[in-house]
Ligand binder design. Structure first.
Ligand code: SAM
Length: 314
């Protein structure tokens, strides 16, 4: 009996493996045909590495738990491989693509989805509030707004920060990015990857790594490994700040000179009017070791320092 179950189990695994290979090959074939049909020349400078692994696409869409009650924004739909799945599962989908050469294939892919629209624009020059308002007027019954994107790696950080800073009511963000940037985003104090980017993203959200993606899941293959992260966005930041600009300046100054102590890094920065002695007193008052390095401080400690700076500057 045990042998029978073991054999059945092995057959099941073999079938799943075959389906997996089939899924990858079909997606690769569809991609190549669309590229050929529309005579697309892939532009490296726009970060055009298209996902051709069906399984990876399903896992990304699952990570955002996309469903019919969602308005989904996709940045950089490319040739539309993930866009197709998002349109199938979302209530509404809006895809924003900078490259005008990709409009014809995307129009073909999205032709069968009346719930989807395409905007041919640079995401960094697009008002998220305006897009979301327009989408909400088309789908007043929608309950959540989500962003799902395989980001162009040359502008990963500006795009993520735009979504976090501008955030006009987005509930969940799932991004595929280069692994090295993902490591920095999810890093905790004390580690080598912890820096200004970790603090900035963790001010707005609780980031988590979902899974890693190898280069062979794309055509053409990128030079780097990739990872998928989910940003669980806070409705209100957990850290209370008196002045957001001063907070970010403090963080930047603390990490600007990584080998310097916190006291030296903050007093060398021209941002703050305080003398070195004043900064020493202020750190002592907060119980923060002046010889500590910026990378050992947690976000609450940065906020405490920045809030004292803000009081002095007000
Ligand atoms: N989503 C597709 C996929 O997974 O196969 C393509 C992802 S590819 C890594 C990044 C896409 O973003 C490309 O289609 C590129 O043209 C587009 N892109 C690059 N810069 C952009 C920008 N500033 N605004 C909007 N789209 C951009």
């Amino acid at each position: 009996m045990y042998n029978l179950f073991r054999n059945l189990y092995n057959i099941k695994i073999a079938i799943f493996n075959l389906l997996d290979i089939w899924g990858k090959n079909i997606m690769r074939q569809i991609t190549k045909e669309l590229i050929q049909k529309y005579n697309i020349r892939l532009t490296k400078s726009l970060g055009q590495n298209f996902l051709v692994d069906d399984n990876v696409i399903d896992k990304i869409v699952d990570a955002a738990d996309v469903n019919k009650k969602d308005i989904v924004i996709e940045v950089g739909p490319g040739i539309g491989n993930m866009t197709r799945k998002l349109a199938q599962r979302a209530g509404r989908l809006v895809a924003i693509e900078i490259d005008k050469h990709l409009v014809p294939p995307l129009t073909e892919v999205l032709g069968e989805f009346p719930n989807a629209s395409l905007i041919n624009k640079d995401i960094l020059k697009t008002s998220l509030g305006q897009i979301i308002n327009e989408e909400k007027s088309k789908a007043p019954e929608a309950e959540a707004v989500k962003v799902v994107a395989n980001l162009p790696y040359y502008i990963t950080t500006p795009i993520i920060m735009k979504f976090l800073e501008e955030n006009p009511g987005i509930n969940a963000m799932v991004f595929m990015i280069q692994k090295e940037v993902g490591d920095r985003i999810v890093a905790s104090p004390g580690g080598k990857d912890y820096g200004a980017l970790s603090v900035a993203v963790q001010y707005y959200s609780k980031p988590e790594r979902v899974f890693d993606v190898p280069p062979h899941s794309f055509i053409p293959q990128p030079d780097v490994d990739s990872t998928v992260i989910r940003l669980n966005v806070f409705s209100e930041p957990e850290v209370k700040l008196k002045n957001k600009d001063i907070f970010f300046q403090t963080v930047k100054a603390s990490f600007g000179q990584r080998r310097k102590t916190l006291l030296n890094a903050l007093s060398n920065s021209k941002k703050f009017v305080e003398s070195k002695e004043e900064i020493r007193l202020l750190l002592n008052k907060l119980g923060i070791n002046e010889n500590a390095r910026g990378e050992t401080l947690n976000i609450n400690e940065f906020a405490q320092i920045a809030n004292l700076f803000s009081e002095r500057n007000s």
